[in-house]
Ligand binder design. Structure first.
Ligand SMILES: *Cc1c(COP(=O)(O)O)cnc(C)c1O
Length: 348
Protein backbone atom coordinates (compact mmCIF):
# COMPACT_ATOMS: atom_id res chain seq x y z
CA UNK A 1 0.00 0.00 0.00
CA UNK A 2 1.38 3.42 -0.99
CA UNK A 3 2.34 5.59 1.96
CA UNK A 4 3.51 9.18 1.28
CA UNK A 5 5.52 9.13 4.52
CA UNK A 6 7.84 6.58 2.91
CA UNK A 7 8.23 8.62 -0.27
CA UNK A 8 8.76 12.11 1.21
CA UNK A 9 12.33 13.37 1.80
CA UNK A 10 13.59 12.77 5.35
CA UNK A 11 14.31 16.45 6.00
CA UNK A 12 10.76 17.36 4.98
CA UNK A 13 9.18 14.60 7.08
CA UNK A 14 11.13 15.93 10.08
CA UNK A 15 10.70 19.63 9.23
CA UNK A 16 9.21 21.90 11.85
CA UNK A 17 7.33 24.39 9.65
CA UNK A 18 7.30 28.16 10.16
CA UNK A 19 4.54 29.18 12.51
CA UNK A 20 3.02 32.57 11.66
CA UNK A 21 1.13 34.88 14.02
CA UNK A 22 -2.07 33.83 12.21
CA UNK A 23 -1.25 30.15 12.84
CA UNK A 24 -0.64 30.68 16.55
CA UNK A 25 -3.78 32.67 17.38
CA UNK A 26 -7.01 31.71 15.61
CA UNK A 27 -9.70 32.97 18.03
CA UNK A 28 -11.81 36.15 18.03
CA UNK A 29 -10.21 39.44 19.10
CA UNK A 30 -10.51 43.19 18.40
CA UNK A 31 -6.93 44.26 18.79
CA UNK A 32 -4.25 42.48 16.80
CA UNK A 33 -0.75 43.39 17.94
CA UNK A 34 0.84 40.06 17.10
CA UNK A 35 2.19 40.37 13.54
CA UNK A 36 4.04 43.72 13.38
CA UNK A 37 1.60 45.01 10.77
CA UNK A 38 0.95 48.76 10.41
CA UNK A 39 -1.95 49.39 12.81
CA UNK A 40 -2.85 52.74 11.16
CA UNK A 41 -3.81 51.35 7.76
CA UNK A 42 -2.28 51.55 4.29
CA UNK A 43 -2.19 53.98 1.33
CA UNK A 44 -4.62 51.56 -0.35
CA UNK A 45 -7.66 50.01 1.27
CA UNK A 46 -7.67 49.61 5.05
CA UNK A 47 -7.54 45.80 5.16
CA UNK A 48 -4.40 45.48 3.07
CA UNK A 49 -2.38 46.44 6.15
CA UNK A 50 -3.09 42.91 7.46
CA UNK A 51 -1.45 39.65 6.41
CA UNK A 52 -3.73 37.40 4.33
CA UNK A 53 -5.09 34.02 5.44
CA UNK A 54 -2.08 31.70 5.01
CA UNK A 55 -4.34 28.71 4.25
CA UNK A 56 -6.90 30.51 2.00
CA UNK A 57 -9.80 28.72 3.76
CA UNK A 58 -12.61 30.76 2.15
CA UNK A 59 -11.43 29.89 -1.36
CA UNK A 60 -10.90 26.26 -0.42
CA UNK A 61 -14.44 26.05 0.99
CA UNK A 62 -15.87 27.26 -2.34
CA UNK A 63 -13.59 24.96 -4.33
CA UNK A 64 -14.54 22.06 -2.08
CA UNK A 65 -18.18 22.44 -3.15
CA UNK A 66 -17.33 22.93 -6.84
CA UNK A 67 -14.85 20.05 -7.05
CA UNK A 68 -16.42 17.74 -4.45
CA UNK A 69 -13.08 17.42 -2.65
CA UNK A 70 -12.59 17.97 1.14
CA UNK A 71 -10.82 21.24 2.05
CA UNK A 72 -7.81 19.44 3.57
CA UNK A 73 -7.19 17.77 0.21
CA UNK A 74 -6.78 21.11 -1.60
CA UNK A 75 -3.57 23.14 -1.96
CA UNK A 76 -3.46 26.61 -3.54
CA UNK A 77 -0.30 28.06 -5.06
CA UNK A 78 1.08 31.02 -6.97
CA UNK A 79 0.11 29.42 -10.30
CA UNK A 80 0.61 25.70 -10.98
CA UNK A 81 4.31 26.49 -11.03
CA UNK A 82 4.32 26.59 -7.23
CA UNK A 83 2.87 23.11 -6.57
CA UNK A 84 5.10 21.73 -9.37
CA UNK A 85 8.19 23.09 -7.61
CA UNK A 86 6.96 22.06 -4.15
CA UNK A 87 6.37 18.48 -5.29
CA UNK A 88 10.04 18.29 -6.33
CA UNK A 89 11.22 19.88 -3.09
CA UNK A 90 9.05 17.64 -0.86
CA UNK A 91 9.52 14.29 -2.58
CA UNK A 92 12.78 14.30 -4.60
CA UNK A 93 16.21 14.13 -2.97
CA UNK A 94 18.52 16.26 -5.19
CA UNK A 95 21.19 14.22 -6.93
CA UNK A 96 19.55 10.93 -5.90
CA UNK A 97 15.89 10.67 -6.90
CA UNK A 98 14.43 10.73 -10.40
CA UNK A 99 11.21 11.71 -12.13
CA UNK A 100 9.70 10.60 -15.45
CA UNK A 101 8.03 12.77 -18.10
CA UNK A 102 6.43 12.00 -21.48
CA UNK A 103 7.64 14.41 -24.18
CA UNK A 104 6.40 16.35 -25.99
CA UNK A 105 4.85 17.90 -22.90
CA UNK A 106 4.73 21.00 -20.70
CA UNK A 107 8.27 22.36 -20.24
CA UNK A 108 7.94 23.36 -16.60
CA UNK A 109 8.41 19.81 -15.22
CA UNK A 110 11.89 19.65 -16.75
CA UNK A 111 12.87 23.19 -15.70
CA UNK A 112 11.72 22.52 -12.15
CA UNK A 113 13.65 19.20 -12.12
CA UNK A 114 16.79 21.04 -13.28
CA UNK A 115 16.38 23.81 -10.70
CA UNK A 116 16.09 21.16 -7.99
CA UNK A 117 18.95 19.06 -9.41
CA UNK A 118 16.64 16.06 -9.84
CA UNK A 119 17.36 13.64 -12.70
CA UNK A 120 14.59 13.51 -15.30
CA UNK A 121 13.94 10.48 -17.54
CA UNK A 122 12.13 11.04 -20.82
CA UNK A 123 9.76 8.39 -22.20
CA UNK A 124 8.46 9.79 -25.51
CA UNK A 125 4.74 9.59 -26.21
CA UNK A 126 3.70 7.36 -29.13
CA UNK A 127 2.94 8.90 -32.57
CA UNK A 128 -0.68 9.17 -31.39
CA UNK A 129 0.59 11.15 -28.35
CA UNK A 130 -0.34 8.36 -25.93
CA UNK A 131 1.69 6.70 -23.14
CA UNK A 132 4.18 4.00 -24.16
CA UNK A 133 3.60 1.72 -21.16
CA UNK A 134 6.31 -0.79 -22.11
CA UNK A 135 8.94 1.92 -22.39
CA UNK A 136 7.67 3.39 -19.12
CA UNK A 137 8.08 0.07 -17.34
CA UNK A 138 11.76 -0.12 -18.28
CA UNK A 139 12.31 3.56 -17.36
CA UNK A 140 11.06 3.12 -13.77
CA UNK A 141 14.03 2.82 -11.38
CA UNK A 142 14.19 2.27 -7.59
CA UNK A 143 14.74 6.00 -7.12
CA UNK A 144 11.88 7.10 -9.42
CA UNK A 145 9.63 9.26 -7.25
CA UNK A 146 7.23 11.14 -9.52
CA UNK A 147 5.63 10.38 -12.90
CA UNK A 148 4.30 13.54 -14.60
CA UNK A 149 1.30 13.05 -16.91
CA UNK A 150 -0.25 16.04 -18.68
CA UNK A 151 -3.84 15.39 -19.80
CA UNK A 152 -5.06 17.05 -21.98
CA UNK A 153 -1.43 17.30 -23.04
CA UNK A 154 0.33 20.52 -23.98
CA UNK A 155 1.38 20.98 -26.84
CA UNK A 156 -0.49 18.08 -28.52
CA UNK A 157 -3.94 18.95 -27.11
CA UNK A 158 -5.22 15.36 -26.77
CA UNK A 159 -6.30 13.58 -23.59
CA UNK A 160 -4.22 10.65 -22.37
CA UNK A 161 -6.19 7.35 -22.29
CA UNK A 162 -7.85 7.00 -18.94
CA UNK A 163 -7.09 3.26 -18.69
CA UNK A 164 -3.38 3.92 -19.19
CA UNK A 165 -3.36 6.56 -16.43
CA UNK A 166 -5.12 4.09 -14.12
CA UNK A 167 -2.58 1.41 -15.03
CA UNK A 168 0.25 3.76 -13.98
CA UNK A 169 -1.58 4.76 -10.77
CA UNK A 170 -2.13 1.10 -9.83
CA UNK A 171 1.40 -0.07 -10.53
CA UNK A 172 3.78 2.72 -9.51
CA UNK A 173 4.60 3.26 -5.85
CA UNK A 174 5.72 6.84 -6.21
CA UNK A 175 3.53 9.86 -6.92
CA UNK A 176 1.60 10.16 -10.17
CA UNK A 177 0.90 13.81 -10.96
CA UNK A 178 -1.85 14.39 -13.53
CA UNK A 179 -1.76 17.98 -14.80
CA UNK A 180 -5.33 18.85 -15.78
CA UNK A 181 -4.75 22.51 -16.72
CA UNK A 182 -7.08 22.05 -19.74
CA UNK A 183 -9.57 19.56 -18.24
CA UNK A 184 -12.56 21.94 -18.52
CA UNK A 185 -12.30 21.86 -22.32
CA UNK A 186 -12.08 18.06 -22.42
CA UNK A 187 -14.69 15.36 -22.94
CA UNK A 188 -12.72 13.31 -20.44
CA UNK A 189 -13.71 13.33 -16.77
CA UNK A 190 -11.36 14.82 -14.19
CA UNK A 191 -9.54 12.48 -11.81
CA UNK A 192 -10.26 14.77 -8.80
CA UNK A 193 -13.32 12.73 -7.90
CA UNK A 194 -11.19 9.54 -7.75
CA UNK A 195 -8.66 10.69 -5.15
CA UNK A 196 -10.02 8.18 -2.62
CA UNK A 197 -9.12 5.29 -4.96
CA UNK A 198 -5.52 6.42 -5.55
CA UNK A 199 -3.43 7.44 -2.53
CA UNK A 200 -0.49 8.24 -4.87
CA UNK A 201 -2.48 10.61 -7.14
CA UNK A 202 -1.90 14.37 -7.32
CA UNK A 203 -4.19 16.32 -9.67
CA UNK A 204 -3.09 19.79 -10.77
CA UNK A 205 -5.58 22.36 -12.05
CA UNK A 206 -5.40 26.12 -12.52
CA UNK A 207 -7.50 29.29 -12.77
CA UNK A 208 -5.30 30.35 -15.72
CA UNK A 209 -7.15 28.67 -18.61
CA UNK A 210 -10.91 27.97 -18.54
CA UNK A 211 -11.43 30.38 -15.62
CA UNK A 212 -9.73 33.13 -17.63
CA UNK A 213 -7.52 34.31 -14.77
CA UNK A 214 -3.94 33.76 -15.95
CA UNK A 215 -3.04 37.18 -14.55
CA UNK A 216 -4.13 36.24 -11.03
CA UNK A 217 -1.65 33.34 -10.62
CA UNK A 218 -3.71 30.72 -8.82
CA UNK A 219 -2.91 27.04 -9.24
CA UNK A 220 -4.51 24.12 -7.40
CA UNK A 221 -3.30 20.72 -6.29
CA UNK A 222 -5.68 18.00 -5.12
CA UNK A 223 -4.36 14.92 -3.29
CA UNK A 224 -4.58 12.95 -0.04
CA UNK A 225 -4.53 15.12 3.10
CA UNK A 226 -1.05 13.67 3.92
CA UNK A 227 0.43 14.81 0.59
CA UNK A 228 -1.30 18.21 0.85
CA UNK A 229 0.06 18.49 4.41
CA UNK A 230 3.62 18.20 3.12
CA UNK A 231 3.05 20.89 0.45
CA UNK A 232 1.61 23.18 3.16
CA UNK A 233 4.61 22.56 5.41
CA UNK A 234 7.06 23.74 2.73
CA UNK A 235 5.17 26.59 1.02
CA UNK A 236 5.96 30.22 1.92
CA UNK A 237 3.44 31.14 4.68
CA UNK A 238 1.54 33.85 2.75
CA UNK A 239 1.80 32.48 -0.79
CA UNK A 240 -1.49 33.96 -2.09
CA UNK A 241 -1.89 37.72 -1.56
CA UNK A 242 -5.05 39.33 -0.12
CA UNK A 243 -6.23 41.03 -3.36
CA UNK A 244 -5.75 37.77 -5.27
CA UNK A 245 -7.72 35.85 -2.64
CA UNK A 246 -10.56 38.40 -2.84
CA UNK A 247 -10.67 38.26 -6.65
CA UNK A 248 -10.49 34.46 -6.78
CA UNK A 249 -13.35 34.24 -4.28
CA UNK A 250 -15.50 36.53 -6.45
CA UNK A 251 -14.65 34.64 -9.64
CA UNK A 252 -15.63 31.28 -8.15
CA UNK A 253 -19.23 32.58 -7.90
CA UNK A 254 -19.36 32.96 -11.69
CA UNK A 255 -19.29 29.32 -12.80
CA UNK A 256 -22.17 29.96 -15.22
CA UNK A 257 -20.17 32.57 -17.09
CA UNK A 258 -17.13 30.30 -17.18
CA UNK A 259 -19.17 27.39 -18.55
CA UNK A 260 -20.50 29.70 -21.30
CA UNK A 261 -16.94 30.67 -22.24
CA UNK A 262 -15.88 27.02 -22.33
CA UNK A 263 -18.74 26.18 -24.75
CA UNK A 264 -17.85 29.18 -26.94
CA UNK A 265 -14.16 28.29 -27.01
CA UNK A 266 -14.84 24.64 -27.84
CA UNK A 267 -17.20 25.69 -30.67
CA UNK A 268 -14.62 28.13 -31.97
CA UNK A 269 -11.94 25.43 -31.82
CA UNK A 270 -14.12 23.11 -33.92
CA UNK A 271 -14.70 25.90 -36.46
CA UNK A 272 -10.98 26.69 -36.62
CA UNK A 273 -10.23 23.03 -37.21
CA UNK A 274 -12.68 22.98 -40.15
CA UNK A 275 -11.12 26.16 -41.57
CA UNK A 276 -7.55 24.88 -41.15
CA UNK A 277 -8.08 21.52 -42.89
CA UNK A 278 -9.33 23.41 -45.98
CA UNK A 279 -6.07 25.32 -46.27
CA UNK A 280 -3.45 23.97 -48.70
CA UNK A 281 -0.77 25.12 -46.23
CA UNK A 282 -2.05 22.72 -43.59
CA UNK A 283 -0.88 19.10 -43.56
CA UNK A 284 -2.69 17.96 -40.41
CA UNK A 285 -4.73 19.24 -37.49
CA UNK A 286 -4.29 17.08 -34.40
CA UNK A 287 -7.45 16.29 -32.40
CA UNK A 288 -7.72 18.62 -29.39
CA UNK A 289 -9.44 18.47 -26.02
CA UNK A 290 -8.03 21.89 -25.07
CA UNK A 291 -8.34 25.58 -26.03
CA UNK A 292 -5.60 25.30 -28.64
CA UNK A 293 -4.75 23.25 -31.73
CA UNK A 294 -1.49 21.64 -32.78
CA UNK A 295 -1.31 22.14 -36.53
CA UNK A 296 1.23 20.68 -38.97
CA UNK A 297 2.04 23.02 -41.86
CA UNK A 298 3.96 22.49 -45.10
CA UNK A 299 6.54 24.99 -43.82
CA UNK A 300 5.92 25.88 -40.18
CA UNK A 301 8.74 28.38 -39.67
CA UNK A 302 7.89 30.32 -42.83
CA UNK A 303 4.23 30.38 -41.78
CA UNK A 304 5.19 31.52 -38.27
CA UNK A 305 7.27 34.41 -39.65
CA UNK A 306 4.54 35.31 -42.14
CA UNK A 307 1.94 35.47 -39.35
CA UNK A 308 4.23 37.60 -37.16
CA UNK A 309 4.52 39.97 -40.14
CA UNK A 310 0.72 40.27 -40.00
CA UNK A 311 0.82 40.97 -36.26
CA UNK A 312 -0.33 37.49 -35.24
CA UNK A 313 1.78 35.48 -32.80
CA UNK A 314 1.36 31.73 -32.43
CA UNK A 315 3.73 29.26 -30.76
CA UNK A 316 6.38 27.62 -32.93
CA UNK A 317 6.73 24.02 -31.72
CA UNK A 318 8.49 22.77 -34.88
CA UNK A 319 11.72 21.96 -33.01
CA UNK A 320 9.91 19.85 -30.40
CA UNK A 321 9.94 16.02 -30.47
CA UNK A 322 7.11 14.58 -32.65
CA UNK A 323 6.05 18.12 -33.62
CA UNK A 324 7.98 18.62 -36.89
CA UNK A 325 6.53 21.57 -38.82
CA UNK A 326 3.92 22.17 -36.11
CA UNK A 327 2.59 25.42 -34.71
CA UNK A 328 0.49 25.53 -31.54
CA UNK A 329 -2.40 27.93 -31.99
CA UNK A 330 -4.57 29.21 -29.15
CA UNK A 331 -8.28 29.67 -29.91
CA UNK A 332 -8.94 33.42 -30.01
CA UNK A 333 -12.06 35.57 -30.20
CA UNK A 334 -14.22 35.09 -33.32
CA UNK A 335 -12.70 38.24 -34.83
CA UNK A 336 -9.16 37.08 -34.08
CA UNK A 337 -9.81 33.62 -35.51
CA UNK A 338 -11.20 35.14 -38.74
CA UNK A 339 -8.09 37.29 -39.16
CA UNK A 340 -5.87 34.29 -38.48
CA UNK A 341 -7.63 32.08 -41.05
CA UNK A 342 -7.55 34.91 -43.63
CA UNK A 343 -3.83 35.37 -43.01
CA UNK A 344 -3.07 31.64 -43.37
CA UNK A 345 -5.10 31.49 -46.59
CA UNK A 346 -3.24 34.46 -48.07
CA UNK A 347 0.18 32.87 -47.39
CA UNK A 348 2.37 32.33 -50.43
C1 LIG B 1 -0.95 26.71 -18.84
C2 LIG B 1 -0.55 25.46 -18.13
C3 LIG B 1 -0.51 25.42 -16.75
C4 LIG B 1 -0.89 26.61 -15.92
O1 LIG B 1 0.14 27.15 -15.25
P1 LIG B 1 -0.18 28.36 -14.22
O2 LIG B 1 1.14 28.50 -13.54
O3 LIG B 1 -1.26 27.84 -13.30
O4 LIG B 1 -0.61 29.52 -15.00
C5 LIG B 1 -0.17 24.23 -16.12
N1 LIG B 1 0.10 23.13 -16.85
C6 LIG B 1 0.04 23.13 -18.18
C7 LIG B 1 0.29 21.89 -18.92
C8 LIG B 1 -0.27 24.30 -18.87
O5 LIG B 1 -0.29 24.31 -20.21
Amino acid sequence: MFNPNNVVRNNIRNLKPYSSARDEFKGEANIFLDANENSLGSPLLKWYNRYPDPMQWKIKQKLSVIKQVPVDQIFLGNGSDEPIDLLFRCFCEPGVDEVIVFPPTYGMYEVSANINNVHLSKVPLTKEFQLDLEALESAIKPHSKIIWICSPNNPSGNSIDRQDIEMVLNNFDGLVVVDEAYINFSRQKSLVTDLADYPNLVVLQTLSKAWGLAGLRVGMAFASSEIIGYLNKVKPPYNISEPVQELALKALDEIGQVNDMILQLVDARKQLELDFVKSPQVVKVYPSDANFLLVEFTQARAMYDYLVGKGIVVRDRSNVLLCDNCLRITVGTDAENLKLVDAINSFQ
